[in-house]
Design a protein around this ligand. Structure first.
Ligand code: ADP
Ligand code: MG
Length: 434
């Protein structure tokens, strides 16, 4: 490990000792990465494929057991002034590079939030100042519900994953907290089981009806690879992403679309439209009863449905059917190192999200189109649920800096703000560092 790699452990342990000075015993250091999906959007709830990889931005945890059943937590992201330490070369001069970790203010000589394992663990109201602890609460509660004996613990965490930036800080917090608790109990758990448990925690403690992709990639990623995940049976194929030949660049448009609560948001609408399409395709003569999800529908059936199925619903179904095929093909092309063709599929994916699924906005359309003007960029597309968020680009290593500069300049000229950009290789899944 490089000097920069070990320094942060010493720094974080020192901060931990300051906040949790009263506790004694062995500490563990855990990391849990964020993730980006290279291709396969809105395919997860249609039993299709997704193709995510873990990224270098991560949450880092120091933890130690407690005998009294208390779980005490401090996050450097919460209740803090703006003070940033760069533990690696950020280059960008701000937190944009997502490799910067906030230092702990001197005011933090006591833990920020706590709950007890001696009582039923309940989620806090989402307006509560400690609502972020719903993720640790959920992770711990689900481990206990699975029959795993846990002690209390003290935890300090720091993060370079932007909160709510579409890079899955929430799943990193869940999986990382669970790994802390398991490490202190001297236990390991199959990563997919851990992912399912954390997904349940996100449903029940954070009220977010998320799919299985985020938790799975964060728990089970392998460095230097992306994961083709079949959301139907959870089978996985790890495809090498050669760091000599490829980089991934992420650019955040900083557009956050409030999808609204309840059943009337755009996400819920898309899900309903997919269900409507499934009902149509499960009904003869065009469909057949064997169709259980859009995964079972062919492009030929989509063509046959023209004029018979509502046009909007048809286009939604076409996105899912073509995206599922693109995702499987993309993984093959990447394995064969056919980067240009893989890049073309990213462009097709973006066009499909823009025209058929209608989940892009002007800013992300702009970023992904601009990215393609830079030499050495194979492909670019919006990543994540849509209506803002990030684009992801697959690039030659030497093109990464030029791309970030081009996007930063172009976006500022057009929209008057800087996109948050960073370059990353494919990182390892959550792990024990020390
Ligand atoms: P995303 O997963 O895309 O980053 P979410 O809205 O799903 O966005 O999750 C963000 C929430 O997760 C935050 O509002 C906060 O409650 C919690 N969270 C994530 N990272 C941290 C952190 N480092 N410290 C405290 N809370 C965090
Ligand atoms: Mg999330």
């Amino acid at each position: 490990m490089s000097a920069a790699g070990t320094n942060w452990i010493t720094d974080l342990r020192r901060d931990f000792d300051r906040v949790f000075s009263s506790s004694k015993g062995r500490t563990h250091v855990i990391r849990a990465p964020g993730r980006v999906n290279l291709i396969g959007e809105h395919t997860d709830y249609n039993d299709g494929f997704v193709f995510p990889m873990a990224i270098e931005p991560e949450i880092r945890f120091v933890c130690r057991s407690r005998e009294d059943g208390q779980v005490r937590l401090t996050s450097t992201e919460m209740g803090q002034k703006e003070s940033v330490a760069s533990s690696q070369n950020s280059g960008a001069g701000s937190r944009n590079a997502s490799t910067d970790y906030r230092l702990l203010d001197s005011q933090f000589s006591r833990p920020l939030a706590s709950f007890s394992l001696n009582e039923k663990i309940v989620p806090l109201d989402k307006h509560d100042k400690d609502a972020w602890t719903n993720y640790p609460r959920g992770a711990i509660a689900e481990l206990i519900a699975a029959g795993i004996p846990l002690s209390g613990m003290d935890v300090l965490l720091t993060s370079s994953i932007p909160l709510g930036g579409g890079l899955s800080s929430s799943a990193a917090l869940l999986v990382g907290t669970a790994r802390c608790a398991l490490a202190l109990a001297g236990l390991t758990m199959d990563p997919q089981r851990l992912a399912l448990l954390c997904q349940k925690a996100e449903h029940e403690y954070a009220g977010a009806p998320v799919g299985i992709m985020d938790q799975t990639i964060i728990a089970a990623a392998r460095a230097g690879t992306a994961m083709l995940l079949d959301c139907r049976d959870l089978s996985k194929r790890f495809v090498p992403l050669d760091a000599q030949e490829l980089r991934v660049v992420v650019a955040n448009s900083l557009v956050k679309h409030d999808l609204g609560a309840g059943g009337d948001n755009e996400y819920a609408k898309r899900r309903r439209q997919c269900e409507e399409a499934v009902r149509f395709f499960a009904t003869p003569p065009i469909g057949n009863p064997a169709v259980k999800s859009l995964r079972d529908v062919t492009l030929q059936q989509i063509d046959q449905a023209k004029g018979k199925l509502d046009d909007v619903v048809l286009r939604r179904a076409r996105h899912v059917v073509t995206e599922t095929a693109r995702t499987a093909r993309f993984a093959e092309l990447l394995a064969e190192k056919k980067y240009e063709q893989a890049g073309d599929l990213m462009l097709q994916s973006h066009a499909s999200m823009r025209d058929d699924y209608e989940i892009t906005v002007e800013e992300v359309d702009f970023l992904s189109a601009e990215a393609m003007k830079v030499k050495g960029v194979y492909g670019a597309r919006m990543t994540g649920g849509g209506f803002g968020g990030c684009i992801v680009a697959l690039v030659q290593p030497r093109a990464a800096t030029a791309l970030i500069e081009h996007l930063t300049r172009g976006y500022a000229d057009r929209f008057g703000k800087r996109p948050e950009c960073f370059v990353t290789t494919a990182a390892d899944g959550a792990s024990i560092v020390a």
